[in-house]
Design a protein around this ligand. Structure first.
Ligand SMILES: C[S@@+](CC[C@H](N)C(=O)[O-])C[C@H]1O[C@@H](n2cnc3c(N)ncnc32)[C@H](O)[C@@H]1O
Length: 201
């Protein structure tokens, strides 16, 4: 089974799959910030997703123009921001290309999208506090042919702001911090996908 982790420069999920002996590759237009460049493909994730090489894809498409936070800037003072609108169209197109990629098992992760942006309905939401991290940061999953992710260990959580602070300590680059995958969520994704695939094969 060959696995593509699209739009991942941290290699968090790629490494979690590699630890289970899967042939996994992270793919991002940026170089990887972890230590396995031999498992990283630095180029366009859409082209890689349509290459016909993969059985499973986990994807983290950019969310800046799709989230509730981004929607605020679309109509500042009730006037359409054309540049923002064009970027939103590009972001939806990018998301949908990943969603429709010719790969059987797909899981796409993104924050809650704004209702004014059209995206398919997500299948579930997950939280870091369901996987050991004592923080709240609701994330949606769009899943094809895979079961929902189950909580591994639910803990008491603190505020989202504290979650960012924790990440800022954990990772150096602040701009990238917000979108890095929590390590225990990465482990849960790899382990539960492994459990499922081995149970059906
Ligand atoms: C929301 S961040 C996800 C980061 C991820 N959670 C991680 O831990 O590395 C989106 C990522 O998509 C990447 N990206 C944007 N356009 C891309 C493209 N066409 N092909 C591959 N990656 C792309 C960005 O460089 C960024 O790292």
């Amino acid at each position: 089974m060959k696995i593509l982790i699209a739009c991942e420069e941290s290699q968090a999920i790629c490494i979690a799959f590699r630890q289970l002996w899967y042939e996994a590759y992270s793919c991002d237009i940026l170089p990887c910030s972890w230590w396995h460049p031999e498992w990283h493909i630095q180029w366009d994730a859409i082209q890689e997703a349509y290459s016909g090489k993969y059985d499973m894809m986990i994807a983290h498409p950019p969310c800046t123009y799709l989230s509730n936070a981004g929607a605020r800037f679309l109509y500042p003072k009730w006037v359409l921001n054309q540049d923002r609108y064009n970027k939103w169209l590009e972001a939806v197109d990018f998301f949908m290309k990943l969603y429709n990629a010719p790969i059987k098992y797909i899981c796409i992760e993104n924050p809650i999208p704004s209702k004014i942006y059209w995206l398919p309905q997500y299948n579930q939401t997950i939280q870091p506090y369901e996987h050991w991290h004592p923080y709240s940061k609701k994330t949606c999953l769009w899943i094809k042919w895979l079961p929902a992710l189950l909580p591994t260990n639910i803990v008491k959580y603190e505020s989202t702001k504290k979650a960012w602070n924790w990440f800022n300590k954990w990772w150096k680059d602040r701009q990238k911090n917000r979108s890095k995958t929590f390590p225990w969520i990465a482990k849960a994704i790899a382990q539960q996908r492994w459990d499922y695939i081995t149970s059906i094969s």
